[in-house]
Design a protein around this ligand. Structure first.
Ligand SMILES: NC(=O)c1ccc[n+]([C@@H]2O[C@H](COP(=O)([O-])OP(=O)(O)OC[C@H]3O[C@@H](n4cnc5c(N)ncnc54)[C@H](OP(=O)(O)O)[C@@H]3O)[C@@H](O)[C@H]2O)c1
Length: 364
């Protein structure tokens, strides 16, 4: 039998309440966005958003969060199969795939023509046959920003990296810094978001530590990192849609600074596997192996990634308050992503965590 409150809820779904003034938002471009419908999957926020880089690790969670709010999301893709899972994240017609090439100005313009907000999450950890890191992080980012400005898009959110720096020995971090400058020049009101290294289901941190721990022992595993949950970053990016323009840089590091040594211990402890007995490779040997591995046609650890394994994450304070998210500690999520590495006998055993290194040890 229906209770009074559930029948009221059903009635309100069947006869949505009258539209009110708060359903109308006037975008900076003076275009009106009218929200309608019940909250959730079938709602309509009135916003149209393009997410470049939606097919990646972070992209899928950003699209899911935006589509769940009832925002129409344009998902530019390169490979037909890479976008299939995204189509189901929103109601019928709310997730719109469009083929694109980062070098084609016309395709970029088509992808953002109707959008009032554009996210650029494109990035590459290594050079590929057709694209080096600069062509994605610098030229590609500048092209998107320029076309967004010319097309009258109200807001641009560009995702860079916490460690982006012009003076970094890593090409990845240098190109990310150069990209930020070009984006700011082409679209001065852009919001630049700088997350730390992200972990989650499809990450290259916890998963890689569980399978290739030897590469995380470089630098005696003393490199300091500030891992951040991909869901927290995705929530922060989704929240930006409803916030007034934030024409500034937002740093999103994880809540704690941890060494690779601690993270390797955490992975061994949560997966209930013995800690890796792999040796610590000298930097020259690691670089030579990474260079040799470039001969294979699948993505292998690149020399630039080896260089990054020696670079500590910067010590900037996080801007989480601005985006309305409290970042979670890695221990509260690790089991979700590492359980799959356990044996059948250990699968349901509770997780035990190693003790955290003293703060004083980390700051030395
Ligand atoms: N993962 C991290 O720990 C981390 C930390 C800080 C900042 N970031 C930054 O956050 C953003 C998202 O990271 P992520 O981990 O989601 O990256 P990801 O999984 O590698 O995904 C990268 C996205 O960029 C697209 N892309 C790469 N090269 C492209 C090209 N030449 N043309 C068109 N699209 C291209 C990919 O499209 P395809 O699927 O078609 O290849 C994919 O959608 C990146 O800018 C990254 O640098 C990542």
């Amino acid at each position: 039998m229906l209770t009074a409150s559930s029948s009221r809820a059903l009635r309100s779904l069947a006869h949505p309440s009258k539209r009110a003034y708060h359903d109308l938002i006037t975008l900076p471009s003076k275009r009106a966005a009218v929200s309608a419908g019940p909250p959730g999957y079938s709602a309509v926020t009135g916003h149209v958003v393009t997410v470049f880089g939606c097919t990646g690790f972070l992209g899928r969670y950003v699209v899911a969060k935006l589509a769940k709010m009832g925002t129409q999301v344009i998902i530019p893709y390169r490979d037909e199969d890479e976008k299939r899972h995204l189509k189901l994240m929103g109601d019928l017609g709310q997730v719109v795939p469009m083929e694109w090439d980062i070098r084609s100005e016309q395709q970029i313009a088509e992808c953002l023509r109707h959008s009032d907000l554009v996210y650029n999450l494109t990035g590459r950890n290594f050079d590929t046959k057709n694209f080096d890191m600069a062509s994605v992080h610098v030229a590609g980012a500048e092209r998107i920003a320029k076309i967004a400005a010319e097309s009258g898009v109200s807001r641009l959110v560009h995702v860079s990296h916490l460690n982006a720096s012009h003076t970094s020995p890593s090409t990845f971090y240098r190109t990310k810094a150069e990209g930020e400058d070009r984006v700011k020049a082409a679209f001065p009101r852009a919001t630049i978001v700088k997350p730390g290294t992200m972990y989650g289901s499809e990450d290259k941190l916890l998963n890689n530590m569980a399978t290739w721990s030897i590469w995380w022992k470089l630098n005696q595993a003393q490199t300091k990192t500030r891992p951040v949950h991909v869901m927290d970053v995705a929530q922060a990016l989704a929240n930006l849609m409803r916030m007034p323009e934030l024409a500034r840089t937002i740093a999103l590091p994880g809540p704690s600074t941890l060494t690779h040594e601690y993270l390797l211990e955490l992975v061994a402890s949560v997966t209930m596997r013995p800690p890796s007995g792999a040796p610590v490779l000298p930097k020259k040997v690691a670089l030579a192996l990474a260079r040799a591995a470039q001969a294979v046609w699948w993505p292998a650890l690149s020399p630039d990634e080896v260089i990054r394994r020696y670079i500590d994450d910067v010590d900037t304070p996080g801007d989480w308050d601005l985006v309305g998210v409290t970042p979670s500690e890695i221990e509260s999520n690790a089991i979700t992503y590492l359980r799959r590495y356990r044996t059948a006998e250990n699968y349901v055993r509770p997780a035990v965590f190693p003790s955290r290194p003293e703060a004083a040890q980390l700051s030395s």
